[in-house]
Design a protein around this ligand. Structure first.
Ligand code: BG6
Length: 484
């Protein structure tokens, strides 16, 4: 039980959208139930649909039942008092007056404007809020991705929001940063002396990051087709993961200390020319195959039109700084892969000489495997003696599991952490303007080369580990993906 007395108005634009029902409302429900936010915090859904409070409450109730496993009717009878609905047509500035009437009741409260709408509406929403004088120094704005399609569109978008909100009032969400295991990377690296001397090119051979999904794009086809895997996953989630693995120790846990270090990593990403992009990047699209024993259509069949959007990306990333000299980061992400599996593998180097009679290649090099999905875990792979009296010294690989001891507790969702941080004004897990700009600068080069077909589109069968070219990208360096 927690006692946070922070009372704010949480204004949810796009409040009847998929993300709001699937993730945001369940997160607010749990935060309120666990008393992380005050029962007086108002959750104000903004919707174009002209429906009344009773109908809205019933809708939220049904969606919560659909999306959370531990729905509690008794608690919902209290929670529903936090729910309000305001009818606004985002294209009509005058309708924001409806919101003003509600917000004016508590003029001094913190106001969290969560923009879970298409980015096309961001500028209009900010402008209308300003027009009705609904932005104060206590206001914050949360921006959901996609944050642009490239550097230029990101900067345009940002400029519009910055006209009304200061940079420290803007919270750019990357929900991967809200995942517990992702935050644990910081704890692991910076609260254990053990890793300090090992975390560099003297001891680490390479790093792998895989974010594989077994699902296809289905009903998100139109959105996805405009963005593709590089913009949807690599430019944000995977690049952020690289930053946490590669960053130097920040001087504190404070937001800007962490973000300063992350941006340094992004600036050290080696820029790629066309030859590099041909050799070190793979883009591919899934064709029909089978997933979990069922045959599934290909990407083109899903969308019923031709497309050159990639649903899979693999890249060898090089980071040009002292710590990571000659330590490649192999990253890949795809839809309709063999299984849902997101993991970071820190592959240490082999021992320099074996005293055990067998050659050193039969002694597995240590690795640290940080699994984000489907189950969060951290395992350190070590060599150990096979117990018993057998001849000589036999060795085997064992896993040292570094899992949290609180397994029985409900696992909080990434959005709970992030929403709570916005409410408390803690920007550590959000992306600063310059971070997103650096990430776009690097991805823009690849996007540009792909447009010129420098690295032609490959195909892979739905339900596979991706195209053979992705195996090649790592195999040509005499390494292999951690697929078991
Ligand atoms: C989103 C992408 O940001 O992340 C989706 O837009 C993707 O395409 C999702 O499916 C994956 O999130 P998670 O938390 O399920 O790995």
């Amino acid at each position: 039980m927690n006692t946070n007395s922070n009372i704010s108005d949480f204004i949810l634009f796009g409040g009847h959208g998929d993300l709001a029902f699937r993730k945001l409302m369940p997160a607010l429900y749990h935060l309120s139930k666990d008393k992380y936010i005050s029962a007086e915090t108002r959750i104000i859904t903004i919707s174009r649909r002209d429906i009344g409070t009773i109908e809205h409450i019933e809708l939220v109730r049904n969606k919560l039942i659909e999306y959370i496993a531990d729905f509690d009717e008794v608690f919902f009878n209290t929670f529903k008092n936090q729910l309000l609905i305001v009818n606004i047509d985002l294209n009509k500035k005058e309708t924001f007056n409806n919101l003003k009437k509600v917000l004016d009741k508590y003029k001094n409260r913190d106001r969290i404007n969560y923009l879970s709408t298409s980015p096309n509406f961001f500028a209009q929403i900010c402008e209308s809020l300003d027009y009705w004088k609904l932005i104060s120094s206590n206001s914050r704005v949360v921006l959901e991705k996609p944050l642009g399609r490239d550097l230029k569109s990101f900067q345009d978008l940002n400029e519009k929001v910055l006209k009304y909100f200061k940079e420290d009032q803007i919270y750019r969400i990357d929900h991967y940063l809200g995942k517990d295991t992702v935050q644990n990377i910081l704890a692991l690296r910076f609260s254990n002396i053990l890793f300090l001397p090992l975390w560099n090119s003297h001891h680490i051979d390479h790093v792998q990051i895989t974010v594989a999904e077994s699902v296809g794009v289905e009903n998100r086809w139109d959105y996805y087709n405009e963005y593709g895997a590089l913009r949807d996953m690599i430019q944000n989630h995977l690049m952020q993961l690289i930053c946490l693995i590669a960053m130097e120790p920040p001087c504190s846990i404070e937001a800007n200390s962490i973000r300063d270090e992350k941006v340094k990593v992004l600036r050290s990403f080696r820029k790629m020319n066309d030859t590099d992009i041909k050799e070190k990047t793979v883009r591919a699209q899934y064709i029909e195959g089978s997933s979990q024993g069922e045959s599934v259509p290909g990407y083109i069949q899903n969308g019923l039109k031709q497309s050159d959007t990639e649903t899979f990306v693999a890249i060898r990333v090089d980071i040009d700084n002292w710590r990571w000299n000659n330590v490649p980061f192999y990253i890949r992400s795809g839809k309709r892969m063999q299984k849902r599996n997101s993991e970071i593998v820190i592959q240490f180097k082999s021992i320099p000489h074996s005293i055990f009679g067998m050659d050193e290649s039969s002694i597995n090099a240590n690795k640290l495997v940080i699994t984000l999905q489907p189950n969060e875990s951290i395992e350190l792979k070590l060599m150990n003696k096979v117990p018993g009296l057998s001849d000589g010294m036999k060795l085997q690989q064992v896993d040292l599991e570094l899992n949290s001891p609180h397994k029985k507790q409900r696992k909080s969702d990434a959005y709970e952490r992030l929403i709570l941080d916005v409410i408390n004004g803690n920007a550590t897990l959000f992306m600063r303007l310059d971070e997103v700009e650096e990430a776009w600068k690097w991805t823009d080069t690849i996007l540009d080369a792909w447009k010129r077909d420098v690295s032609p589109m490959k195909k892979y069968t739905a339900g596979s580990y991706g195209p053979s070219a992705a195996i090649q990208i790592i195999a040509k360096d005499s390494r292999a993906w951690n697929d078991e």
